[in-house]
Design a protein around this ligand. Structure first.
Ligand code: SF4
Length: 214
């Protein structure tokens, strides 16, 4: 698909440093951060975890199990759904120790069998840690993909993921999701997309989209 190749080339020129913005020092910390980021921002998760990772840069599943749910809840209390997330996080760490020797498994089934880990979380880990061309569809990826005509308009994020996997050229497979996230987070925002200064306006089906519309 010629347009898709052009879109990703231009997005990469605009966002050459597009990357996962959840701060982490090892795969477990990334997995934990992604689980905690459900229905909250990466910024809020980074802020909550920063003191913990600063104190112990190699924070691991055994550290979290030793810390326990109550203490971890006090660390993440500023983020949404903290009690449930604290409970899931400790269960997740315990299961990593019991089933995977404390390592993060890099296959989809094992990842999605872990407590609190869904398809999107697995996609982020497989992309960032294993360098696989997965499409983690969050609100930014969904909005920008639909506006650009890379995916059909739907509430079904698995459908958007499947559409993207069909049209994203192989050469952009690994970077595509971060390019779409950066564009959605910092340029093609939900309420105020900067269409007049957008490098992919020529390829965009929704250029000039009215404020507040998808
Ligand atoms: S032209 Fe507008 S709607 Fe299209 S991708 Fe750019 S900012 Fe978003």
């Amino acid at each position: 698909m010629k347009d898709a190749a052009e879109i990703f080339k231009k997005l990469h020129e605009l966002w050459p440093n597009a990357h996962c913005e959840l701060e982490h020092n090892n795969p477990f910390q990334l997995l934990l951060a992604v689980v905690l980021s459900a229905q909250t921002t990466d910024k809020a998760v980074n802020k909550a975890l920063a003191p913990l990772f600063a104190r112990k840069s190699d924070f691991s599943p055994s550290d979290l199990v030793a810390m326990g749910e109550k203490k971890f809840l006090s660390v993440i209390k500023s983020i949404g759904l903290a009690p449930t997330k604290a409970k899931n996080s400790v269960a997740l760490a315990r299961q990593l120790l019991q089933l995977h020797a404390g390592q993060v498994p890099l296959d989809r089934k094992s990842l999605e069998d872990l407590p609190g880990v869904g398809r999107k979380t697995a996609n982020v880990v497989l992309n960032v840690v294993a360098g696989l061309p997965t499409m983690a569809v969050d609100t930014h990826v969904a909005r920008v993909s639909v506006r650009l005509g890379l995916a059909r308009r739907t509430e079904n994020r698995v459908q958007i993921e499947e559409d993207l996997l069909k049209v994203v050229p192989q050469e952009w497979g690994v970077q595509a999701h971060n390019l779409l996230i950066f564009h959605g987070r910092y340029h093609c925002t939900a309420r105020a997309p900067k269409c007049t200064a957008c490098p992919v306006a020529h390829e965009c089906r929704k250029v000039g989209v009215a404020i507040g519309k998808a």
